[in-house]
Design a protein around this ligand. Structure first.
Ligand code: TMP
Length: 234
C-alpha cells in the first residue's frame, strides 16, 4: 500500500466545524446521495473510526453527560496530551481505513482531520503552531484533503444544539448541563477562538475550503456540498 498521495486514486474530503455544527448529519447525507449515483464512499470520524481510535476517543470523552463535574474538568488532558492522543488515533485511522480506501479509488469523507488539531490545539489552546506542524507531518506526511467543508456557526448556537443550557462560563455559576464531552464546557471565548481559527485557515487556503453557513437547512447545505464534491470526482 502506497502512502504517496500521488498514487492514491480516491478523493479525500474532510468536514470541519465547531461543536454542534452538523458534521455527522452532513456526512451521512453526502454518503446517501453519493451512493445513489454509484459512488463508493468511506465515512470516518476523528477521533475514532478504528477499534483503537474509538478506545482513545472513549479514554478522552467517556464520562457520561450527567457526570461532567468540576473534578472531571480539572482532570482534563493537557493541550500536549490532547495533541498526542488525537495524533495517535489519526495515525491508526490513516493506516487502517483512509489510505486503503483512497488506494481503492473510494471517496473518503472524514468528519474532522488535521484542521481540527490546528483549530482546537493551536487557536483554542494556544499550543505552538510548529509543535502541531511537527506532529501532523509525522502522522499524515503530505496527505491533505482535496476539499474541506467548514460548517460555520456561532458557538452559542452549536453549544445549544448539544443541549448546553447552563454552560457555566456562558451563563454564570450554574452547574454544567448537557454537552457531549469536556471540550463543550470550555469558555465561550475558547469556542470563539476556534471559530475564528477555522475562518482564518479557510481564508488562507480558499481553493481547498468551502465555507457554509451551518445555520441553513441541512438539505440545502448537503446540496451545495454535493455539487462541490461532484466537481472533484466526476
Ligand atoms: P466531535 O467530533 O464529536 O465534535 O468531538 C470531537 C472533539 O474533539 C471536539 O470537541 C473537537 C476535539 N478535537 C480536538 O480538539 N482536536 C483534534 O485534533 C480532533 C480530531 C478533535
Amino acid at each position: 500500500m502506497s502512502t504517496e498521495p500521488s498514487e492514491l486514486t480516491g478523493t479525500f474530503i474532510t468536514i470541519e466545524g465547531g461543536e454542534g455544527s452538523g458534521k455527522s448529519t452532513l456526512s451521512r447525507l453526502l454518503q446517501n446521495s453519493l451512493n445513489k449515483i454509484g459512488h463508493h464512499v468511506t465515512l470516518c470520524r476523528e477521533p475514532g473510526g478504528t477499534i483503537l481510535g474509538e478506545q482513545l476517543r472513549a479514554a478522552l470523552f467517556s464520562q457520561a453527560r450527567s457526570e461532567v463535574s468540576t473534578e472531571i474538568l480539572q482532570a482534563a488532558p493537557s493541550p500536549l496530551t490532547e495533541l498526542l492522543v488525537f495524533s495517535a488515533a489519526r495515525a491508526q485511522l490513516l493506516k487502517e481505513i483512509i489510505l486503503p480506501a483512497l488506494g481503492d479509488g473510494d471517496t473518503v469523507i472524514c468528519d474532522r482531520y488535521t484542521d481540527s488539531t490546528f483549530a482546537y490545539q493551536h487557536y483554542g489552546r494556544g499550543l505552538d503552531r510548529q509543535v502541531i506542524e511537527t506532529a501532523v507531518r509525522l502522522t499524515v506526511g503530505n496527505l491533505k484533503p482535496s476539499l474541506t467543508i467548514l460548517l460555520d456557526l456561532e458557538p452559542e448556537q452549536g453549544l445549544a444544539r448539544h443541549g448546553i443550557v447552563n454552560q457555566k462560563d456562558l451563563f454564570g455559576e450554574t452547574s454544567p448541563v448537557g454537552g457531549n464531552n469536556y471540550l463543550d464546557f470550555e469558555s465561550l471565548a475558547f469556542h470563539q477562538k476556534i471559530r475564528e481559527g477555522y475562518l482564518e485557515m479557510a481564508s488562507l487556503e480558499p481553493d481547498r475550503w468551502l465555507v457554509l453557513d451551518a445555520g441553513e437547512d441541512p438539505d440545502v447545505i448537503a446540496r451545495i456540498a454535493l455539487d462541490a464534491i461532484l466537481q472533484l470526482i466526476e
